[in-house]
Design a protein around this ligand. Structure first.
Ligand SMILES: Nc1ncnc2c1ncn2[C@@H]1O[C@H](COP(=O)(O)OP(=O)(O)OP(=O)(O)O)[C@@H](O)[C@H]1O
Length: 336
């Protein structure tokens, strides 16, 4: 339902042209949660802001439910924008308006009658579970509560798409969880499509169906969340994901010089997770295996995880064990 093809966004500064989004194409299905990750400056925000034309694309196509967004006049765009809600890292609530008035605002702009606005705001307060906060000002809310109000405001006009630019990044883990649950409910109950930028690996793993990795304005890799984390294809993604892993799992900073054997990082998915692959290696190739670190992730539909192991034996035995693991579908990285 969202089709982006050959999207380019250039900025001109002092006569120099800078390409922030460079020939990007992707598609997102209805009800899907599509994540965008990448280093700072990769072009993620610019790409997302082009989708609702907060940034005017330089060239390329954005088609949402058959509507060519780039071809819309300013007036048509205003009408179309009610189909695309957006939330931001720092919430962007009106601080002088109450929770109620913040949520009512987009409906007032759309000139809804007062009674209809009231009914809709009450419905949304119920949806974000903040009915008792209707009369308070944002300053007395927690970060998570502020973001849930921002979500309610973004959902007021029943958009088909919700864009989130680091919507959980400024929150502590408990508030992050509550906002993630609200986003999940948005997809489940309202069948909204979500495109979200995040640098939080736990959030991406928990909520996204597919993820695109951006670098220098391009999507360099795109995959389902479990495949991307299990077996990243490009060097840049491997590096990026392992930097995220390290910040999430400090126990992974293993001192490789301490180990005599070959140190491997084994990533497995729900096809390989239940197989006795390591014990077969020990039995068939007479290697010893030390478990150094590990982590298991459980998604709604799939399990995947990794183990860091030291494998001891002759070069030939270790090579054979390694080949066997690969043959069985385990993704093997040799760390040492
Ligand atoms: N209005 C602008 N004028 C000139 N350059 C811009 C403008 N907006 C963004 N850029 C540049 O475009 C590049 C991509 O910026 P963008 O904010 O999209 O990256 P990002 O991946 O979202 O980064 P971050 O994670 O830090 O927000 C950056 O080099 C940025 O400096």
């Amino acid at each position: 339902m969202i089709e982006v093809s050959h999207l380019v966004k250039e900025f001109s500064n002092d006569g120099k042209v800078f390409r922030a989004v460079d020939d990007v194409s992707f598609q997102v299905k209805k009800g899907e949660i599509y994540g965008i990750i990448g280093l700072s400056g990769a072009g993620k925000s610019t790409l997302v802001r082009c989708l609702n034309r907060l940034e005017e694309p330089t060239s390329g196509k954005i088609v949402i439910d058959g509507v060519d967004m780039v071809a819309l006049s300013k007036k048509e765009l205003l009408n179309q924008r009610k189909d695309i809600g957006m939330i931001f890292q720092h919430f962007n609530l009106f601080l002088q308006k109450t929770v109620y008035d913040n949520i009512a605002y987009p409906l007032e702009i759309q000139k809804w009658p007062k009674e209809k606005i009231q009914a809709r705001v009450e419905e949304l307060l119920d949806f974000i579970d903040l009915k008792d906060k209707r009369g308070v000002y944002p300053s007395s809310l927690s970060g998570g509560q502020k973001q849930r109000v921002a979500i309610a405001r973004a959902l007021a006009t029943s958009p088909k798409i919700l864009l989130s630019d680091e919507g959980t990044s400024a929150l502590d883990p408990i508030n992050t969880r509550m906002v993630v649950e609200t986003l999940k409910k948005t997809v489940k109950d309202l069948n909204t499509t979500i495109i979200m930028i995040t640098h939080q690996m736990e959030v991406a793993k928990d909520i996204c169906d597919r993820i695109a990795v951006m670098e220098n304005g391009k999507i360099i890799e795109e995959n389902t969340v479990e495949e991307l984390f299990r077996a990243p294809k490009t060097k840049q993604t491997q590096k990026f994901i392992s930097s995220l892993r390290e910040s999430d799992n400090p126990d992974q900073n293993i001192d490789l010089t301490k180990y005599k054997g070959r140190v491997l990082r084994l990533s497995y998915d729900d096809q390989t997770v239940d197989q006795p692959i390591l014990s077969r290696c020990i039995k068939d190739y007479q290697v010893d295996v030390n478990l150094l670190s590990g982590n298991m992730n459980r998604l709604d539909v799939k399990d995947f995880g990794y183990m860091i192991v030291e494998v001891l034996g002759s070069d030939q035995q270790v090579d054979q064990a390694l080949a066997f693991m690969k043959e069985k579908g385990v993704y093997v990285e040799v760390l040492k």
